[in-house]
Design a protein around this ligand. Structure first.
Ligand code: ADP
Length: 501
C-alpha cells in the first residue's frame, strides 16, 4: 500500500462553517471526495468570527497549546504575518483535518468574508488574503514540524498568492511543493493597486509580466495562475471558453499560454442533502419510480407562490439575480412563457433593477408568475421537487449546481449551452430522445428569441407525457455525485507527485 498523498487545500470559505457561494461547497466536499483515492487532505481557512465561535477556539491569552481531547489545538504562531500576529489552530471539518488561521487584525470583524455589513469590499482585502496565501505557503514549506504536504491546492483569487509565494519567496530550506490553482469563476480576479506590492514581502523579480503585475497593479488570481504547477476550472467547457475574450475576462492570453497545464473537472453535488427520496424539506418524498408523487409537491409550491393550478408546466428559477445568470433576459421571456400556458415560481436575490423588472412581470401576470426574494435553502429544495422545469439562462456558468439538483429531482433543466451547463445536460434533440438519453433542453445565445424558443420546446415536450417522463428518469439516473470528480482530483495530485519523482 503506497502512502497517502498529503494535500493542503486553501480556501476562503468552506461548508459547513462559512459560505457565500459554490466555492464553499467544493472546499467542504473535497476532503471526503478524494479520501477513498488515497489522498489525505487538510483544509486551511481564515478564522472569521463565525468560524472561531463555531469551533470554540479560545481568544489569544487563554492558551491551550497541545491540549488533549477533541477541541481545537494551537499548532503554530506567527509574530509577523505580513504585519499582523497570527495563530494556527488545528480542528476538524467533518472527519477531516482543518487548520484555522486566527489573525484578528485581518479577520476579527463584523460583516461577511469579503465585505463590511453594508456590502462594501474591505479596503484591505489585498492584505487579508495575501496573508492567507503567505500562511499556506509557510505551512506547505514545513513551518510546523511533523506537518508536511506533497501538494498545495489553492481555490480562487483569495488563496492564489500561496503558489506565488512558493514560487518567489519560499520559506528557507523548503522542499519544492507542486501547486494546483482552481478557478471557480474567472470574473473575480483580486486586482489591487500597485502600491500594495511593496507590502507583500515579495522580491522585486515578482513584479513582472509573468509574475504578480497585472495592468499596472497586483493581480492575485493572475499571480497564482502563472505560478501554479497545474490549473483547473470547474467544467471542461468552461476550461475551453476561458481561452476566449468573451469568457476569459482579460486573462484569456494567460490561459492560452498555460493551456497545456489546464484541466476541467465538474463539481459534484452532495447526494445526502439533495436526495428526493429522503429530503425532509419535501411535502412528498419520491423516487424515479414514483414520479406521480411529485404532484403533491407541485400543488404545495403553487400554494406557496399563490399561483393558480393549471395544466401547463410550472417553471422554477433559483438564482442570484444578475446578468451573469441571464435574469434580465428571463424578464423579457415572461410574457412568452405565460402566453403558452406556463407558470413561473422564482426564488432569488441580487440586483435591484432586475428585481424591479420581475415585479413588473408578476404584476402583468397575477397568479401565473410568483416571486420570492431572499435566500431560503428549504424553499430551494421544495422548488426542485415541485417544479416541472428549472430555467438556467446563464451567459456564463463555470459549473452550475442548480441544473444538477434539477436532474436529481426530475425537474427538467432548460439551460444555456455554456460552461458546466453544456457539460451536464443532454439536449432533447431527436437522436437523444430516441436513444432515451436526453435529460433537458439547451439553447445557444442568451437572448429573447433563443430563450423563447427553448421555452416553446419545453412546453411542447411537457405535453407529451411519455417523452417528459423519459427526460426526468434519464436525469435522475445520471450520476453527478462527487464520486467521479473526487477520482479526477486525486489523479491530478498523483500526476503532480509523479512529476516530482
Ligand atoms: P453560483 O454559485 O454562481 O451562484 P451555482 O448554481 O453554482 O451558482 O450555485 C448556486 C447555489 O446557491 C445553489 O446551491 C442554489 O440552490 C443556491 N441558491 C441560489 N440562490 C438561492 C436563493 N435565493 N435561495 C436559496 N438557495 C439559493
Amino acid at each position: 500500500m503506497t502512502a497517502a498523498i498529503r494535500v493542503l487545500s486553501l480556501a476562503s470559505e468552506a461548508v459547513p462553517l462559512v459560505k457565500t457561494g459554490g466555492l464553499a461547497d467544493v472546499a467542504g466536499a473535497l476532503p471526503a471526495a478524494v479520501a477513498p483515492h488515497g489522498i489525505a487532505m487538510t483544509t486551511l481557512i481564515p478564522g472569521y468570527p463565525a468560524v472561531i465561535a463555531a469551533l470554540g477556539i479560545e481568544a489569544a491569552g487563554g492558551r491551550r497549546r497541545g491540549r488533549s481531547g477533541g477541541g481545537p489545538r494551537l499548532l503554530h504562531q506567527w509574530d509577523d504575518l505580513l504585519g499582523e500576529g497570527a495563530r494556527l489552530h488545528a480542528a476538524s471539518l467533518g472527519a477531516h483535518p482543518l487548520l484555522v488561521l486566527d489573525a484578528p487584525g485581518f479577520f476579527a470583524r463584523d460583516g461577511g468574508p469579503y465585505a463590511d455589513p453594508q456590502g462594501r469590499d474591505w479596503a484591505d482585502n489585498w492584505h487579508r488574503f495575501a496573508a492567507l496565501g503567505r500562511a499556506g505557503a509557510d505551512l506547505a514549506g514545513g513551518a510546523v514540524p511533523g506537518l508536511g504536504f506533497d501538494v498545495l491546492h489553492a481555490h480562487d483569487w483569495q488563496a492564489a498568492m500561496a503558489p506565488a509565494y512558493l514560487r518567489f519567496a519560499p520559506p528557507a530550506g523548503a522542499p519544492h511543493v507542486p501547486t494546483v490553482m482552481t478557478i471557480h469563476n474567472i470574473a473575480f480576479q483580486g486586482w489591487f493597486a500597485r502600491e500594495n506590492f511593496a507590502r507583500l514581502g515579495l522580491p522585486r523579480a515578482a513584479w513582472a509580466f509573468d509574475g504578480v503585475e497585472y495592468h499596472g497593479g497586483v493581480g492575485m488570481l493572475k499571480a497564482g495562475l502563472q505560478a501554479a504547477s497545474l490549473i483547473t476550472t470547474v467544467s471542461p467547457t468552461y476550461a475551453e471558453e476561458i481561452r476566449r475574450p468573451e469568457f476569459g475576462m482579460g486573462l484569456e492570453g494567460l490561459i492560452v499560454s498555460r493551456g497545456a497545464r489546464l484541466r476541467g473537472i465538474v463539481n459534484g453535488i452532495d447526494t445526502a442533502a439533495w436526495n428526493p427520496a429522503t429530503d425532509p424539506a419535501l411535502v412528498a418524498p419520491y423516487t424515479a419510480r414514483s414520479l406521480a408523487r411529485r404532484a403533491a409537491n407541485k400543488r404545495a409550491l403553487e400554494a406557496d407562490f399563490a399561483l393558480e393550478p393549471g395544466d401547463g408546466p410550472l417553471f422554477v428559477v433559483v438564482s442570484r439575480l444578475t446578468t451573469q445568470k441571464g435574469m434580465d433576459v428571463l424578464c423579457e421571456g415572461l410574457d412568452h412563457l405565460v402566453g403558452l400556458g406556463g407558470r413561473l415560481a422564482l426564488l432569488g436575490a441580487g440586483d435591484a433593477a432586475i428585481e424591479g423588472e420581475l415585479r413588473k412581470g408578476a404584476a402583468r401576470h397575477p397568479r401565473r408568475v410568483g416571486l420570492h426574494f431572499g435566500y431560503d435553502e428549504a424553499l430551494a429544495h421544495r422548488m426542485q421537487a415541485g417544479g416541472d422545469a428549472i430555467l438556467v439562462p446563464s451567459r456564463f456558468e463555470p459549473c452550475g449546481l442548480t441544473q444538477l439538483y434539477g436532474l436529481a429531482y426530475g425537474c427538467v433543466p432548460v439551460v444555456a449551452r455554456t460552461g458546466g451547463l453544456a457539460d451536464t445536460v443532454i439536449d432533447a434533440n431527436l437522436a437523444a430522445l430516441s436513444a432515451g438519453v436526453a435529460t433537458g433542453i439547451q439553447f445557444d445565445h442568451v437572448d429573447y428569441p433563443h430563450l423563447a424558443q427553448a421555452i416553446t420546446r419545453a412546453i411542447a415536450l411537457y405535453h407529451q407525457p411519455g417523452a417528459w417522463r423519459s427526460l426526468q428518469r434519464a436525469g435522475m439516473r445520471a450520476d453527478f455525485s462527487w464520486r467521479r470528480s473526487g477520482a479526477a482530483y486525486a489523479a491530478l495530485y498523483r500526476e503532480l507527485k509523479a512529476e516530482q519523482a
